[in-house]
Design a binder for this molecule. Sequence first.
Ligand SMILES: O=C(O)CCC(=O)C(=O)O
Ligand SMILES: [Fe+2]
Length: 351
Amino acid sequence: MGEVDPAFVQEQEHRPKLSIIEAKGIPEIDLSPILNHDVQNQSAIDALVKEIGSASKEWGFFQVTNHGVPLSLRQRLEEASRLFFAQSLEEKKKVARDEINPTGYYDTEHTKNVRDWKEVFDFLSQDPTFVPLNSDEGDDQVIQWSNPSPPYPPQFRAIIEEYLEEMEKLAYKLLELIALSLGLEAKRFEEFFKLQTSFIRFNHYPPCPSPHLALGVGRHKDAGALTILAQDEVGGLEVKRKSDQEWVLVKPTPDAYIINVGDIIQVWSNDAYESVEHRVVVNSQKERFSIPFFFFPAHDTEVKPLEELINEENPSKYRPYNWGKFLVNRKSSNFQKKKAENVQIYHYKIA
Ligand SMILES: O=C(O)CCC(=O)C(=O)O
Ligand SMILES: [Fe+2]
């Protein structure tokens, strides 16, 4: 079997160890206390809030069960995703992303300037989604992104839209729990998401002849508020464990969702919670599919530590930044290989 194109090859220090650590994985959290709104069991909710808080602090990642998203809907979506990616490249390219509208299909994403061993299909939760025209500070022109209509499989778009409603419901519930765990009002974050810029991504990682050299997604942190990930039974997601900086595999749990706190929650919480690095290892035998939903606020959100969480002893650790500008900067830099590192929250860190 031939080796991969050099564009995919990771620097030595970032190559995966294929002997994988499975011990002490991310926490698993049962959301049933908030599933049934008629019977509110306050002590169960309090315990849940504590669990979410500890998981966000100690891991930045957790899995949830009894989340309320119908399994049959998830299965229909996963099946549609398989059918979509099984088409010829020519068919998939009919709904290709371009430089203006970053939705649809593409297979050339770079993470930290190394190509990822994957192909993706991106779809916005709001159509249209309003974003700045470019990342220049002084330019306040706003444009609209919109969704492609993939002709195949026939119900793809309708199924995605139905699933997106479920993702939003779950995202709002999780944000409430996170707000409570930080001692804030439950709905503290809601206002930022009225005109959200969220999107869903379909990832397909084909079998790779050199899984020791390439990664499905290189190490990175998610830029948004929250990510809700559905992974299949193959496995490959690794999280950098905070306690010892080891890469640990997230074992697939049927019908669970993997949640991670993104950079925005790190900033809102003034570093009480941390957005944790993760990556995807690939497999020489099996293809893998995953479906993350990235919960992003409105483009005009000024991201900065919340006033309630800063004081004289704990002053703000970040300068404010505009989410829309950050987002379009990122989108343009992962479209192609660039020389410089793309924008990161630590660029806004107060020394
Ligand atoms: O495929 C996965 O398990 C995770 C993908 C991921 O981290 C991402 O798309 O940001
Ligand atoms: Fe990610």
